[in-house]
Design a protein around this ligand. Sequence first.
Ligand code: LLP
Length: 438
Amino acid sequence: MVLHSIYDINEKGHLTVSGLDSTELAKEYGTPLYLLDTDHVRKMCRTYKEAMEESFGSDSKPVYAGKALCYSGIYKIIKDEGLYADCVSSGELYIATKAGFDPEHIFFHGNNKTDEDLRYAAVLGIGHIVVDGDDELDALEAIASNLGTNVHIILRITPGIDPHTHKKIITGNVDSKFGTAIKTGQAKEIVKKALSKKNIILDGLHCHIGSQIFETEPFVDALDIMIKFMSELKKDLGYETSLLNLGGGFGVRYTEKDPVINYTANIEKLGEELSRLCLLYDVRKPVIYMEPGRSIVAAAGATLYTCGTVKEIPGFRNYVSVDGGMTDDPRYTLYQSEYTIVNATKAGEEADFECTISGRCCESGDLLAENIKIRKPSRGDIIATLVTGAYNYSMASNYNMIPRAPLVEISRGKANLAVRRETFEDLISRDADPTKKG
Ligand code: LLP
């Protein structure tokens, strides 16, 4: 198999993930089952880190976006590899810091952080709070002053760019719930306001244009707009921006139709453009951060299911139902995201059966793919979705009260349970006991 290096087929014709027979893993841990090759995660961390240091300067850093995959174990890997982390909720802050991640190395995001979130971040000593707008700036100043502390922030700015990705994962438009827009003049106002706050230290700016972007052009456009904005801040307010966070990373190859992405070359290109634009607009080169999530973890993952019902409707279509679905991977339901799906038990045989892969929820939209070809499965075959390391586990739900799937890490040919399967007991663990009197 060629999609990514971790997938292959063994002599039994079974799909292997990181050298391990997927059907054996399914037997041992049950299905649905998330797999994650942590060696591959580390490789991607190094790719970003080395390329960014080389292209932007040695202070530059990748900041892993935990929303892509958040569980305690991932923070050990991210920390070992010297990356920083981006958290988007107090829940993520809790997991990261409990796992021993240095709060100083965290950027705290969110378009609507509550006062409790802001206080929690200030008390934890989070490195940078990414302030989304005016209200938040006032609330944070009040909280910091009340705590008698100073907080370091960067401001999330919307550059006003449409990067041609799915509309639900665009974030850099002027018409967006995120950030403060340059075009409306509000961005300059919020910088001015941040500079006037006593307990706030403005370290720089942030922008994020969207997710699953393959080309460098939208990032270069964002750089151009941001560096130009920095030069205006220098001229009009005498403010020199020393840190610029460019938001999420590049896209990921989910199917053969997607391009092969050269992350190092893309970052090199951004590095060249950064130097050119800083000269053009006469600003000092800022320290650059990027926040890759998907491209760090997606291609390190796979999800295993067991095939249940195979239903053929003559003149219509064929349904292959698996024992998971939108509860462990809502991405097709939400964005019609395409995946590579294989019959892992018969991966060596020709994909001959056109079908729709459906989940087990009581909901017609609970699908993983439509009109794809896999080897015709029988009940009990293992079906695998590839490239599921990002936005699967982290977006899972308990709809229909289906317990969430476990996550098994694979490193150097060894599998290790990193998150256990939820139990029925877990499902009622927060409920009051209705059989108790009173
Ligand atoms: N930084 C910020 C501020 C973000 O909003 C995001 C993603 C990232 C970094 C990470 O971007 P990445 O490198 O993963 O592309 N659930 C959707 C993706 C939503 C992305 C939201 N923000 C999906 O499954 O495709």
